[in-house]
Structures are given as structure tokens and as C-alpha cells.
Design a protein around this ligand. Sequence first.
Ligand SMILES: *Cc1c(COP(=O)(O)O)cnc(C)c1O
Length: 233
Amino acid sequence: MDIAERIQHIQQLIHQEEISCHRQQGAVKLIAVSKGQPSDSIEQAFSAGLRDFAENYMQEAKTKMQALATLPLCWHYIGPIQSNKTKSIARHFSWVHSVSRESIAQQLNDARPASMTPLNICLQVNLDNEETKSGVSPDEAQALASYVLQLPHLHLHGLMAIPKQQSNEHLDYLSFLRLTTLLHTINQKLNINMTTLSMGMSHDLQAAIRAGSTMVRVGTAIFGERRGSLHEN
Ligand SMILES: *Cc1c(COP(=O)(O)O)cnc(C)c1O
């Protein structure tokens, strides 16, 4: 299958899952994770109808953004955020899914040009408190949400997570459901209405949609294996 066929296949899966869970058609947005993939693969995905692309490394993203500057793409940053990268991230991306600390949120806010719309934000939650993964702990997510809400150049939309992969789909579903529940709890406690749940990747997107995902971040299922080593930041 080529990229266009894979995209069509994934969009069918998403559509079927929306129907079987009685979710609204179009409730789930497909974000193409293009890290480790060349610009011409992104162009193919664009031709197949995708507009949202996600990258994990600023330097790698910049090269592709320059190469594809004439296309109306929406760029999402989903990687770990180092302090020395906040300035470029705040200027070059529309969305950041991986905010997990107050200091980083503050720096992104300060670096977001006032001439641009506020930077769209999801808080990354470390659902299983795994040492190898970044993200705010579920217990501290509400406090971080309060903090982000008072920053004028950030627009808080919701939560993102990469739960530990489980041995079967039902357990994956239960992990995702914890993020959905956390979103609802924080909405109630803070009297706000976050609506974005950025969860689900190539191998678990159906379980994520069943649990309420509104954005699935899919890389290898669209583009195939990553070419690797474009990673230097
Ligand atoms: C790489 C990555 C993805 C995509 O993973 P695939 O398994 O290739 O679909 C999604 N989210 C994040 C945060 C990633 O780093």
C-alpha cells in the first residue's frame, strides 16, 4: 500500500469506530506523525487530504517546514520540550501536546508572538508514572491546568498521554479511559470545558477512540517505518 491508500484505510477505521461508539462523524481528527519521514512523504499525505502533521524534534521540523512553506499545513509539536527550544516551538507550531511543567508553559507563553493566535496546548499526562516518560502526574495535572489557564498567549484545549502498552485491547481501553476521566474531573473542578483528548497511535487507535479520543497521532501506520537519525535537536 502507498501512503494515500494507508491514509484511506486508517480514515475508514476511524469512521467505523466513530459509528460503532455512537460518536459524531468527524469527532476524531487524524494527526500524521511525520518524525523520521522526509518532506516528500508529507506532500503525499497532504495530497491525500491530510493537513495536520506532528513532529518531535525542533531542528528536524524546521527543515521540513521550510521545504513545505507553500502548503497550508497545521504543525503540532508532540516531543519532549527543552528550555532552549521553547522560543522556536512557540513561533513555528500551532499546537503543542507535550506541556508538562509550569516553567515550560511560562516560556512558551512569553515567546508566543502577540501577533499570532494563542498557542493551542494539551498537557501531557504520565498516566502510569513511568520514569522513562515525560508528563505531569495525574495528581498534579489540575494544578498545571490552572496555571496554563492564566497565561494569555496559550489556549488550553485538553490532555495528551502515551499510556503503557498493555497485553490486550481492553486493557489499553481502560488506560485511555483514565485520561478521559481525568479530563472530566479537571473540567468540573475548575469549571472549564476542555474538549481535546490527544490519545491513540498506530497500534491502539481504536481502543483510544472508544475511550473518547478526539485526536489520534499516527506515524508508522501512515508512513511505514521511520528513517531514523534525523533526530538531532
Ligand atoms: C512517534 C509518536 C507517535 C506515533 O507513533 P506510531 O506508533 O508511529 O504511530 C505518536 N505520539 C507521539 C508522542 C510520538 O512520539
